[in-house]
Design a protein around this ligand. Structure first.
Ligand code: ADP
Ligand code: MG
Length: 397
């Protein structure tokens, strides 16, 4: 069921409490090293300000363990927001309490205020009703634009919705439309590319996609467990021995469902897991004992690129190899390039998952994808077919 958004209601003259996800990475000096998440929150903030709302922003930053800690202050974010919006966004001294209420109530239409880190209070993650009510008391309306936090049932993502009309922001809407569209109504052929370290962390994703995709391309460390299930030796590679039977069952399930599962034909093996280790391509039947599979091989790169080029929808989660080490990033690069090329032909390409998104950004291909999710854990849970609590709490359209 689609959710109500800020486009469905009149916000003029209202005080609007907006949950954003501006949990940005910082260096040791506190300088923001990547402001993607702040920029992603701008369209909703700008729309609300332009439409005559007073905007009260709230977010968490890092893991401050439920007490105030200047290292996790949102001050640098307030500064960056002010610069990007071209108007002052003052930082409140806290997120609840009488001083914050005074600031919130003094706010005029077209003005914005950022509340201090929600996680300075343990009640945030505990989804404490009294804390949620205090947050809600600051405003007339609640907007959740924090897709990246929507898989958590916290006071600011779920609790407040009990006390205020609750609608979705524009980023949230875009995320749900892109991920939901690929999963529920894909143009076919629809391929899912699943990689990453472990089968165990992607089991639910694999199951959910298996029933929906026409093709499932598997890479990364998790491919080893599937290769083992098919009878191949994988040397010293990452292997989840307790999941070999599960992998075999998944392959059988796919066959029954008519989903074509494509496993690597060849790999790159390294003597050690280190960027300077000796490495070379190896077919899946010739993995040397004591060596490590660190990437998909050149034949597989070509096979996956060719296969993807025929698809109309591709959903990608999980790198094809240990891409953090440059010599083992070729598989991830090849797949990323093949997926990026699709959007130019009008096909849909959606990337989700923290490391996959980092890889796409590092490769400079993010702009060429139809959609790159801002939610790591949230996008994974969405791909598992789970309803995110922060989405469930919003009003249906
Ligand atoms: P995402 O965050 O996109 O969901 P994951 O967290 O599942 O992705 O997986 C990313 C990790 O998988 C990376 O750190 C990468 O180094 C690791 N990985 C990929 N291929 C292999 C491999 N062959 N052996 C060990 N680790 C791998
Ligand atoms: Mg990850």
């Amino acid at each position: 069921m689609p959710k109500k958004t800020i486009d469905d209601i009149d916000v003029r003259g209202k005080r609007v409490l907006v949950r954003v996800d501006v949990n940005v990475p910082q260096d040791e000096q506190g300088a923001i090293t990547d402001d993607t998440r702040i920029r992603a929150a701008l369209p909703t903030i700008q729309a609300l300000l332009e439409r005559g709302a007073a905007v009260i922003l709230m977010s968490h930053l890092g893991r401050p363990k439920g007490r105030p800690d200047p290292r996790y202050s949102l001050a640098p974010v307030a500064e960056r927001l002010s610069a990007l919006l071209g108007q002052p966004v003052p930082l409140a001294p806290d997120c609840v309490g009488p001083r914050v209420a005074t600031l919130a109530h003094a706010l005029q239409p077209g003005q914005a205020l950022l509340l201090e880190n929600l996680r300075f209070h343990p009640e945030e993650e505990a989804n404490d009703p009294a804390f949620a009510r205090s947050l809600a008391s600051l405003a007339d309306l609640y907007v959740n634009d924090a897709f990246g936090s929507a898989h958590r049932a916290h006071a600011s993502t779920v609790g407040v919705a009990a006390y205020l009309p609750a609608v979705s922001g524009l980023l949230m809407r875009r995320e749900l439309a892109a991920l939901g569209g690929a999963l529920d109504n894909p143009e076919r052929p629809f391929a899912a590319v699943i990689g990453g370290a472990k089968v165990s962390s992607k089991l639910a994703v694999l199951r959910h996609l298996l029933a929906r995709a026409d093709l499932l391309l598997i890479g990364g460390g998790m491919a080893n467990t599937f290769l083992r299930a098919e009878g191949y030796e994988v040397g010293a590679s990452l292997l989840e021995a307790d999941l070999i039977d599960t992998a075999r069952a998944l392959l059988d399930e796919a066959r029954r469902a008519g989903t074509q599962v494509v496993l690597p034909d060849d790999t790159v093996v390294a003597e050690r897991v280190a960027p300077d280790a000796p490495h070379h391509p190896a077919g899946i039947a010739e993995i040397p004992p004591d060596w490590f599979i660190v990437d998909i091989g050149p034949k597989t790169r070509a096979l996956y690129a060719r296969t993807l080029s025929t698809c109309r929808t591709v959903l990608w989660n999980g790198p094809m190899g240990i891409f953090e080490m440059a010599p083992f990033a070729e598989g991830t690069r090849a797949v990323a390039q093949a997926i990026a090329a699709l959007a130019e032909r009008g096909a849909t390409s959606v990337v989700g998952g923290g490391d996959s998104v980092a890889a796409v950004e590092e490769l400079g291909l993010a702009d060429r994808m139809s959609h790159v999710s801002t939610g790591g854990g949230a996008s994974l849970e969405f791909m598992e077919g789970r309803e995110l609590p922060g989405v469930a709490a919003l009003q249906d359209r």
